[in-house]
Design a protein around this ligand. Structure first.
Ligand SMILES: [Zn+2]
Length: 318
């Protein structure tokens, strides 16, 4: 069983409602981010049985720090013999080789053979995909995107990116591209990619904390939720600017693909309904009109979207 390759089944729309007993076996999911590995053991219906996570030093260039975090996170699979493990990886990935090619914010992940390592740890076949692609699959199969032909799945926080489902197809080249490096300002800060003015230079947790610190706030614990709850008008202004910056990227996606629905994941969830409403209002103000007015919704509270999509990879050939 250990290294047996399961036949990949094309399941364009699995039935997450089916009784758990009908599908045999459990699925593994792993999300690899700069400094963090998350994992989950799931039923075929998308129900999460168990979760774990392990941090590693994102500044380190030593792949052994990732080995250690992966080993810790993979402990959820021990004794369960998952049918397979799907991996959602940030950065640029090579799905065919099961390898992470490059993650600007985490040098230890450069060239990291995540499929080989996880196959050893989990004793199951492993499929690796880019996180933005995987997250849109999670929303499509198990989340707010169910039943839709087009929508966008948005990662916010330390990792920024958009996955797009357009007319039933995931619009992303194999291996990567999530929009994080779209140029949104002509003379912005230098990005981790070396260029200036990328979307991620103005719409991530790092930007929010840097600006909070510049305003004399304690950047630790600064989030959309804390800023919205603050009585300080400067805090309110900052969170509005953050939402505007997020919408810079989302509006471009809406202009190009008229996705209609944007599912927010990650840090945005911390801002709850007030933040959702803020983003939706800004996005609608930017809309050309004529089509479906864009709607913004919050992803599931446990923020398992990428993990669900990764688990779905095990069942799908797409
Ligand atoms: Zn960049």
């Amino acid at each position: 069983m250990a290294h047996e390759r399961i036949p990949l089944r094309l399941v364009p729309d699995p039935q997450p409602d089916e009784p758990a007993g009908r599908g045999v076996g459990v699925l593994g999911a792993v999300e690899v981010l700069p400094g963090l590995v998350r994992s989950a053991l799931l039923e075929r219906t998308g129900v999460v049985r168990e979760r774990a996570q392990a941090r590693f030093d994102a500044g380190s260039a030593d792949p052994r720090v990732v080995d250690e975090a992966l080993r810790e996170a993979a402990a959820v699979f021990a004794g369960h013999a998952p049918l397979g493990v799907g991996v959602a990886a940030a950065g640029v990935v090579d799905p065919a080789a099961g390898r992470i090619v490059e993650v600007n914010d985490a040098p230890a992940l450069r060239g990291y053979p995540v499929a080989d390592r996880l196959t050893e740890l989990a004793g199951a076949p492993v499929r690796v995909e880019h996180r933005a692609r995987v997250q849109v699959l999670g929303d499509r199969w198990f989340g707010a995107g169910r039943g839709r032909r087009s929508f966008a799945s948005v990662a916010t926080g330390e990792v920024l990116g958009v996955g797009i489902l357009y007319d039933g197809q995931v619009l992303a080249p194999v291996g990567g591209r999530s929009g994080a490096h779209m140029t949104v300002t002509a003379s912005g800060d230098v990005c981790t990619c070396g260029r200036r003015g990328c979307w991620k230079t103005v719409a991530t947790t790092r930007w929010l904390r840097d600006r909070a610190a510049a305003l004399g706030m304690d950047p630790r614990g600064v989030s959309p939720g804390t800023l919205l709850a603050s009585a300080d008008p400067a805090a309110r202004d900052l969170v509005v600017r953050y939402a505007e910056n997020l919408v810079l990227g989302l509006a471009t996606v809406q202009q190009l693909f008229a996705c209609g629905l944007f599912v927010l994941h990650g840090e945005a969830l911390d801002g709850g309904e007030p933040f959702r409403e803020l983003v939706e209002t800004l996005l609608r103000a930017d809309e050309l009109g004529g089509g479906e007015a864009p709607t913004v919704v919050l992803g599931e509270p446990a923020d398992t979207g990428a993990l669900l999509g990764a688990a779905g990879l095990v069942l799908s050939g797409s």
